[in-house]
Each structure stands twice: as structure tokens, then as C-alpha cells.
Design a protein around this ligand. Structure first.
Ligand code: V47
Length: 375
């Protein structure tokens, strides 16, 4: 019971929603629909902020992380119409790193000074499971303290099909090689109606969910995402959130939910609009209210800009991702943000927004440093 919350201060129809939030009653699909439909963004945000502050008080998390994308060559280049990152052999923007190039890149990107490498690739038949096992082992040897958050469910499913292995066998092998957790990519929108339009032929919703379920059962934490702002309808997003919430009820293995704003440049979707600030805030606030069993809601500053990430901390978000330095997926799709932020800049924007910045590792343990590092 959140007694400080007075539903009579909320206009109808948010009053009933406010009463449910006050009483700790789980929101249903109709409530989630209302969150997506209401024009009253400020009251929606206020409710999300109550829940966020109850869980996390004044704290906003960030981490010192780096992205590594060993290749963008991808056999699904034509399937995933929204993706601006993927390339076909011979295209000017295609790349494929060797193991040595991955290690060199990791070292240049901060090496042991960071706590996380976020590693995602295109689906490339030559860079198979043994290639990635060796890469993980090589990274762990050189950077033993850096957590390896790697491979979307799509990549895990691809390795399983390529080598005729079960999802569990793939995950066990990768974990033995040094995998620490899974990022949340590849979820897009679960509903088949939308998947057929934006990523026909890719891993379906049940398979994505199965990869994460198996990971959680093996003790690997993971994140979840939802790609919004393209052809999806509200009913598809409600369905997406409900499926994630059900899996989290079963396993408790998700750390963070990250709503991903669609970026329209350089892909095959044929859409031209970026999402608006109100849409971005609405998705974060709705996620905080509906995903009551997800501890963390991330406002990915690379995607929604540092300025909006600041505001989002009062709309349900409690994490703004990390220092990053080199980001490709969003910048190839038209993101106009910087690619990096120093630790002190991240801390400054969080403080300016009225919150206490706390450095975390991938698994949300606090990182204590004797002297402020700048990675
Ligand atoms: O799955 C691809 C999305 C995802 C576009 O786990 C696009 O901490 C918008 O999952 N417009 C990969 N989105 C990125 C991702 C992620 C990002 C940050 C943190 C974490 C985490 C995970 O990027 C893909 C897809 O949904 N994406 N193309 C685009 N044009």
C-alpha cells in the first residue's frame, strides 16, 4: 500500500490506475493499454516515479562499458528490415574482425578499466560457435575482470541451428568459455503480425523466450528489449510486455528492460520518422508500471539523447546505460547522439536531474573505486 499516493488527485481514467498502483495491484492488459493511450503523460509519469522511487530511491545507475561488434555480415540482412547495422558480403560498410582485431579493439576501448564488454554480431556462418568460444576465452585471458555480456537470443538460436545443438548445449558451451550474461536484443515485437513485416524468418517469439528461459535456468541473467515506433500497434506492445512479465514470473532471470526507439535511416523499412520525446517517456513509464517484476528499467541515452535520459529518471527509469565510446547499431540507423560519455559527464547529468549516480557492474553490484576513473 503506497499511502502517499492519493488517487483523488488524478483525473479519470487514470484515477483507477492510480488506485491500483497505490494498493500494489498488478496492472492487467486493459491498464497497459490505457498507459499507451492516455494523453496525460505527466500523471502517468508521476505514477511510474512513485514505483521507481519505492524500489530505487534517489539512485540512478550507470556503468563503464564498451561495445564490440566482431562482424556486421549477416545472413538475415534482408529479413530484418529495420536493421541498419547488417551488411552483405561486398558491401562497403561490411566488416569482419579476426580474433586479434577483437582483442586489440577491446584493449583500445579501455581493456580492464571497464567492467563490461557488450558483444553483438551479425549472423555469419564462418564465425561459428567454436570461433566465438575462442574469442570469449581470449578476451577472458586478457581482461579477466571484465564481464562479457554477449549474443542476442537470435545469435544463440543461430548457433544451435548451425551446429544442430540444443539451446542449452550452446549456452553451456558459451558459459564455459566466459559468457557472463545475455543482452536483450532481438526481441523486437513478439507478435507474429508485426514480426512478419519487420523480421520475417527470424527466430520467433517462443524461440526468443525459450533462449532466455534456458539461460535463466542455467543461472545466466539477461535483459529484454522492445523495439517501438515503427508499424506496431498498442495491442502488440501490450502482448509483448505481458509475455516478458510471465517469463519473469517463472524465472526471475531478467535484470533490465530497455525500450528501444526505432531509428529510420539506412534500412529497408521505408519509414521516415524518429520517435518523439513523449513517446519515449511513455514507453519507459509504462514499462515501469506494467513490468512490476523487472528490477531495472533502462533509458539508453545513446538512443533517446542524454537530455531526455535525464528527464526519464523521473518517469520510471533507474538506469541510463554506460560510457559506451563506440556505438554502431544506432549510429548506422541515424542516431545523432555522441557515441561516448565520460564517467564525469554521466555523473553530472544524473546529479543535475536530481538523482545520485551510482556506478554498477553488469549484474547491478555497486562498483567502489578508490579514485574516480574516467573510462
Ligand atoms: O535487437 C536494430 C535494435 C537491438 C534498429 O541489453 C534498432 O543492455 C532502432 O538490444 N532502430 C540491439 N533499434 C541493441 C540492444 C541493446 C541496446 C542497449 C543495451 C542493451 C542491453 C541491448 O537494436 C536489436 C534491435 O531491436 N535495432 N536496428 C533501428 N534501426
Amino acid at each position: 500500500m503506497r499511502s502517499a499516493l492519493d488517487p483523488s488527485h488524478f483525473p479519470s481514467p487514470l484515477r483507477d490506475l492510480a488506485a491500483k498502483v497505490r494498493d500494489g495491484v498488478r496492472l492487467d492488459a486493459a491498464d497497459a493499454t490505457l498507459c499507451f493511450e492516455t494523453p496525460d503523460l505527466l500523471h502517468l509519469g508521476q505514477l511510474a516515479n512513485v514505483v521507481r522511487r519505492e524500489r530505487h530511491g534517489n539512485i540512478a545507475y550507470f556503468n563503464l562499458n564498451r561495445h564490440i561488434n566482431p562482424t556486421n555480415l549477416c545472413v538475415y540482412t534482408y529479413n530484418c528490415k529495420f536493421c541498419s547495422f547488417a551488411a552483405l558480403p561486398g558491401e562497403a560498410h561490411a566488416w569482419k574482425m579476426s580474433h586479434e582485431e577483437v582483442y586489440e579493439h577491446a584493449a583500445q576501448q579501455g581493456g580492464n578499466a571497464v567492467t563490461e564488454f557488450h558483444i553483438v554480431s551479425g549472423l555469419h556462418a564462418e564465425l561459428d560457435l567454436p570461433w566465438y568460444e575462442e574469442m570469449l576465452r581470449g578476451l577472458k585471458q586478457r581482461f579477466p575482470d571484465v564481464h562479457l555480456k554477449a549474443f542476442t537470443a537470435i545469435e544463440i538460436g543461430f548457433f544451435a541451428k548451425l551446429h544442430k545443438l540444443s539451446i542449452e548445449e550452446v549456452l553451456v558451451r558459451l558459459r564455459e568459455a566466459g559468457l557472463g550474461s545475455l543482452p536483450g536484443g532481438g526481441a523486437e515485437i513478439f507478435h507474429e503480425e508485426v514480426r512478419q513485416i519487420i523480421c520475417d524468418g527470424k527466430l520467433d517469439a517462443n524461440e526468443w523466450i525459450e533462449v532466455h528461459r534456458q539461460a535463466h535456468q542455467l543461472g545466466l541473467k539477461s535483459n529484454a528489449t522492445m523495439l517501438y515506433g515503427h508499424v506496431e500497434g498498442i495491442e502488440h506492445k501490450v502482448d509483448h510486455l505481458m509475455r516478458l512479465r510471465t517469463l519473469q514470473d517463472d524465472t526471475g532471470g531478467f535484470n533490465t528492460f530497455i525500450p528501444l526507439a526505432y531509428h529510420p535511416e539506412n534500412n529497408y523499412m521505408g519509414l521516415k520518422y524518429h520517435t518523439t520525446g513523449t513517446e519515449d517517456l511513455r514507453h519507459l513509464a509504462t514499462a515501469r508500471l506494467v513490468l512490476d517484476n523487472f528490477p531495472h528499467i533502462k533509458a539508453y541515452w545513446i538512443m533517446i539523447t542524454p537530455k531526455l535520459a535525464q528527464v526519464s529518471l523521473s518517469f520510471g527509469a533507474n538506469d541510463i546505460d554506460g560510457t559506451v565510446v563506440e556505438e554502431t547499431i544506432y549510429h548506422m540507423a541515424g542516431a545523432s547522439t555522441e557515441q561516448k560519455m565520460s564517467r564525469s559527464e554521466l555523473e553530472r547529468i544524473v546529479r543535475e536531474a536530481g538523482f545520485e549516480p551510482v556506478e554498477r557492474d553488469t549484474l547491478y553490484n555497486r562498483v567502489e573505486r578508490p579514485v574516480a576513473a574516467s573510462a
